[in-house]
Design a protein around this ligand. Sequence first.
Ligand code: FAD
Ligand code: NAG
Ligand code: NAG
Ligand code: NAG
Ligand code: NAG
Ligand code: NAG
Ligand code: NAG
Ligand code: NAG
Ligand code: NAG
Ligand code: NAG
Ligand code: NAG
Ligand code: NAG
Ligand code: NAG
Length: 593
Amino acid sequence: MNTNFIYVVLYFGVCILNQRLALCGQQCRCLASNSSCWPSFAQWNNFNQSVGGCLFSPMPSAAVCNGITYNANRCNITKIYWSDGFWRSNQAGAMQNYNWENTSCSITTNSTMCNQGAVPVMAVNATLPEQVQATVNFAAASNIRLVIKSTGHDYLGRSAAAGSLLLWVHYMKNMTIINQYSWCGRENISNAARIGAGAQWGEVYEWLDGFNLTAVGGASASVSAVGGYLQGGGHSPLSRWKGLAADQVLEYDVILASGARQTVSPCQNGNLFWALSGGGGGTYAVVLSAVIRTFPSPYIVAATYGVTVPNQTRYATLIDSFVRLLSTVADAGWSGYFQMTDLTLTGIFIVPNGNMQAVNTTLNQFAANNSDLDFGGSAFFTLPSFFYFFAMALAPNNPTGFDVLLGSRLIPESIIRNYPSQVASVFVQAKGVSAMGSSLLGHLVAGGQVSNVSNFNNSVNPGWRSSLLHMVCTQSWLDTTAATDINYVIQLLANRTAMLNTLSATPQGSCYLNEANPNELNWQETFFGSSAIYAQLKSIKNTVDPNGLFVCNNCVGSDDWTSNLNCPKISSSTTKVNYSLFILFIAIITISF
Ligand SMILES: Cc1cc2nc3c(=O)[nH]c(=O)nc-3n(C[C@H](O)[C@H](O)[C@H](O)COP(=O)(O)OP(=O)(O)OC[C@H]3O[C@@H](n4cnc5c(N)ncnc54)[C@H](O)[C@@H]3O)c2cc1C
Ligand SMILES: *[C@@H]1O[C@H](CO)[C@@H](O)[C@H](O)[C@H]1NC(C)=O
Ligand SMILES: *[C@@H]1O[C@H](CO)[C@@H](O)[C@H](O)[C@H]1NC(C)=O
Ligand SMILES: *[C@@H]1O[C@H](CO)[C@@H](O)[C@H](O)[C@H]1NC(C)=O
Ligand SMILES: *[C@@H]1O[C@H](CO)[C@@H](O)[C@H](O)[C@H]1NC(C)=O
Ligand SMILES: *[C@@H]1O[C@H](CO)[C@@H](O)[C@H](O)[C@H]1NC(C)=O
Ligand SMILES: *[C@@H]1O[C@H](CO)[C@@H](O)[C@H](O)[C@H]1NC(C)=O
Ligand SMILES: *[C@@H]1O[C@H](CO)[C@@H](O)[C@H](O)[C@H]1NC(C)=O
Ligand SMILES: *[C@@H]1O[C@H](CO)[C@@H](O)[C@H](O)[C@H]1NC(C)=O
Ligand SMILES: *[C@@H]1O[C@H](CO)[C@@H](O)[C@H](O)[C@H]1NC(C)=O
Ligand SMILES: *[C@@H]1O[C@H](CO)[C@@H](O)[C@H](O)[C@H]1NC(C)=O
Ligand SMILES: *[C@@H]1O[C@H](CO)[C@@H](O)[C@H](O)[C@H]1NC(C)=O
Ligand SMILES: *[C@@H]1O[C@H](CO)[C@@H](O)[C@H](O)[C@H]1NC(C)=O
């Protein structure tokens, strides 16, 4: 028998055993650095014409402050707007969390070595479905690495990749109200809204406010509404009131990896609907737009607070009483955000259609119980609509442009209610240290309707349904921080996040995949809820995208690819076929001849 023949049989045998038949025989993705496979100038030109001339070369956001791309005027503007989420989102080459550009460019130095890093080398500025189709088809036919980006807010680097082609959906901003939307014939929904892939929450809220409506959306104005946010679950100041953002989707309009356009709802391509709603962005299809529920806007009662204590002992007792306060106010329908760093606790509470007097009474009681402390920074507001509240209190408070990683855990409601002292002591241990660039954020955005939504027809991590808090450890650093110091603080981050595991229902805990650590071990279970859910998502992924065109960090199916996500693992594993497999296939070959 011919050894090549045996080799081929072994190769496909291993592929089949790995249950990834489609990746068998596939080559590594072609990157811009490889001139022997990268499309020629003429091919790019043809492609550019097929997308109406909207192909261009994006630049890292600091390039205009460096080397040969230096431009005094644009560099000045860049320094001024560096932390502005809208300014960053308007540039194809800018990532909101700067570390994901992974370039040597910086606004603090003027480097002649400023490189492209992980910023895609080509980008399609898509506004039409046909341009998305052409881009998907071109990337598949050329076997080049494709990245989908709306705003670049991703904390796991899922909207960047070195040497890739970017499908930039930022300018797909169509928004329309559907007065009566018949949802699969089972429910008539009034004032549903179709939102394009590029629309950002600040724009959506403002537009809906014109109809006295609002929607379950993010706390940052520049995050996209129906991109990675909603597809990853989406928590909101309004999620305790109405459920997560993924719970509000009625329908998607998508372009599949095959280039086909498809309507996706519970009654049409229901498996894909289930996966797209919570199973992570950038994985199953390109979403052109989604139809979501809206609500008559509530008025908002809000309270801000800020307190600093004299020492660690006092901090521990303050946090203990604060954790007990959280379960009380959760019963009253409040949501909120808080931050624990050094000896300071700051935050905001939000109560849709709330009672100002009750909020005042509850917080005054809390202050009275801690009468040795100065809650002088506290303030109470009643605002006439959600948008009004958002524009005043939240929109100005989400600067970006930092080097940052997160690690997070969902904390079960039962543990917060039954073991408040244990919860408090873990929070105090995991709290941030400003001198180290760290913080501990608490998001009171779960429980309430997140736990009560009657029909979870989606793949949102079930950890959300039994939780009350989403706790986020943040760790930032500077462009000038040495690599060894970055490694050290990244370890610290993992250690602080692991502390929260003792507050979890399962040993390894569960987290929100959009605000998670890309270095998380066992991310398949922690991000998606269980190995069974992960397997279900992966089987849907393999059906709609058999060649893995849509591949991103810690996304479903990415574990079939090497760590840079450019080569199917299968091709390298064939060289390491173990002895027992060898015997097995020799046996099969012998039997079949
Ligand atoms: C400052 C800040 C505030 C945040 N606040 C909140 C919050 O209040 N609540 C919350 O839940 N999360 C919040 N997040 C996290 C946020 O949900 C994620 O960063 C999310 O990935 C952003 O989605 P995006 O589309 O805007 O970002 P992008 O980085 O553009 O995309 C994220 C992922 O989605 C994919 N994607 C984007 N558009 C599409 C599309 N049209 N079709 C298919 N895939 C697509 C991308 O490929 C990528 O994998 C915040 C993040 C930041 C940086
Ligand atoms: C470059 O592309 C060719 C053709 O696809 C491939 O054989 C080769 O391995 C690639 N080289 C690198 C360094 O990836
Ligand atoms: C694509 O075509 C447009 C219009 O013809 C042109 O302005 C643009 O430079 C082209 N892009 C690239 C990358 O060549
Ligand atoms: C940055 O470097 C470029 C060339 O390397 C130079 O032209 C430019 O003047 C420099 N800018 C500053 C502010 O030093
Ligand atoms: C850039 O800013 C510096 C100081 O902030 C100023 O001196 C300089 O004139 C500005 N340059 C341009 C081109 O605006
Ligand atoms: C960042 O770039 C370096 C090389 O400059 C590379 O080794 C590393 O893998 C890149 N990291 C990411 C996350 O892209
Ligand atoms: C992208 O397209 C939009 C809308 O057509 C346009 O306003 C914008 O200038 C374009 N941006 C780039 C970088 O091509
Ligand atoms: C957005 O609206 C324009 C004009 O109505 C239309 O041509 C385009 O197809 C729409 N885009 C999407 C993604 O629906
Ligand atoms: C939805 O409205 C239509 C037209 O008014 C009506 O015929 C239908 O019965 C309604 N469907 C449901 C589920 O209420
Ligand atoms: C919104 O509500 C205000 C106040 O109740 C009312 O005056 C206005 O007409 C409403 N606008 C719309 C579009 O319904
Ligand atoms: C910490 O502060 C509290 C309250 O201000 C005070 O009573 C206590 O003595 C302090 N403890 C230490 C160890 O300084
Ligand atoms: C809150 O209650 C206190 C009395 O407990 C009162 O002095 C204060 O005016 C109230 N504030 C608001 C905004 O209602
Ligand atoms: C993190 O925890 C590990 C295991 O407990 C420990 O070895 C390591 O020193 C810790 N790293 C930091 C930076 O605290």
